[in-house]
Design a protein around this ligand. Structure first.
Ligand code: GLN
Length: 320
């Protein structure tokens, strides 16, 4: 069976979601990174990129916010591009930690067993793996150009965010050195941590994230630039990583209620991948206690449920 949805239906439901939740004041901006605490909490954007390259945008979709943990997906893709699926599994892993994104206990519990590139520890390991090993400048270029490939346009470093985060990332410094202790970092720990912090400080728009999500949903072919960014066989690997741990310790609840694998960041962005159908992104700074944007979650859930879309439905979807 194939479900048929029109583009105007999709537009209408996205607009309803925006209207319905724009005045919601639940949650609060991330405050452990000073820059993020001061972002306007009323910003709110929703963007959907279809696999024909068409983008639906509602609200603040051109505002550049901190990509934060959503960048973990992008750099996991870079590592998959450079090393392949098997090595990622062996050197980092693909398991949910069931614990908060910045958990140190997760490293101690799994010290003989790698975890996932989508929490801080695995993401710092992923940065350590980016080639060429030992060359911070070239590694950074590879990270940025991979994000540019996926989004179809370049991200821009938010210097103030980078500075703010570098000055306060004591927990992540511990993670980097603990990983070193367990031989789970493959380049200089301080350099790997700095690359991670810098990638989290890249400014990105909701529109760009929806294009990156659509590239994953479209088996590696960016639907806007029409360029094949990664091997189509990597696509289900990436979506499986996102499904397992995209919302950290709240991932099961998220998947159960929304029906879409998605990745969040403390900058307020959420990026969802509906394989073979679309990429969706929403952005709003106030977060729940697990660090996930309140309004972005509400908006994406509303759209998925209203249209009867669900990755586990087992039915094809045609958007025309
Ligand atoms: N840069 C942030 C951190 O490491 C990212 C966390 C997040 O978005 N969940 O703490």
């Amino acid at each position: 069976m194939e479900k048929k949805i029109t583009i105007s239906q999709l537009q209408e439901v996205a607009a309803q979601a925006h209207e319905q939740f724009k005045d919601n004041t639940d949650g609060k901006n991330a405050d452990y990174i000073p820059y993020l605490a001061n972002i306007n909490p009323n910003l709110f954007g929703i963007s959907i990129c279809l696999l024909n390259g068409q983008v639906i945008e509602i609200g603040d979709t051109s505002y550049r916010f901190g990509i934060e943990s959503v960048s973990k997906v992008h750099t996991a893709i870079l590592v998959l591009r450079q090393y392949g699926a098997e090595k990622l599994l062996k050197m980092i892993g693909a398991d949910a930690t069931g614990l908060p994104f910045n958990s140190i206990i997760a490293i101690l519990l799994e010290n003989d067993h790698p975890s996932t590139p989508l929490v801080n520890a695995g993401a710092i390991t992923a940065c350590s793996m980016v080639e060429p090993i030992g060359d911070s400048g070239k590694k950074w270029d590879a990270i940025v150009s991979n994000i540019t490939d996926l989004c179809g346009s370049a991200p821009q470093l938010i210097d103030e965010l980078y500075k703010s985060e570098s000055e306060t990332n004591f927990n992540n410094r511990s993670i980097a050195w603990l990983l070193k202790n367990y031989n789970r970092i493959y380049d200089d720990p301080d350099m790997s941590l700095d690359l991670y912090t810098r990638q989290c400080s890249l400014g990105i728009t909701a529109k760009q994230l929806s294009v990156a999500a659509a590239t994953i949903a479209n088996r590696g072919m960016n639907p806007v630039t029409q360029r094949q960014i990664f091997d189509p066989e990597l696509s289900p690997k990436i979506t499986s990583l996102i499904s397992t741990v995209g919302f950290y310790e709240r991932t099961g609840d998220w998947l159960y209620t929304s029906g879409i694998p998605a990745k969040t960041g403390v900058g307020g962005g959420v990026m969802g991948v509906l394989p073979g159908v679309m990429g969706i992104s929403a952005f709003a700074p106030p977060l729940d206690e697990s660090g996930n944007s309140v309004k972005a979650q509400l908006a994406i859930k509303y759209i998925m449920n209203k249209l009867g879309l669900n990755v586990f439905n087992g039915e094809g979807v045609a958007i025309e």
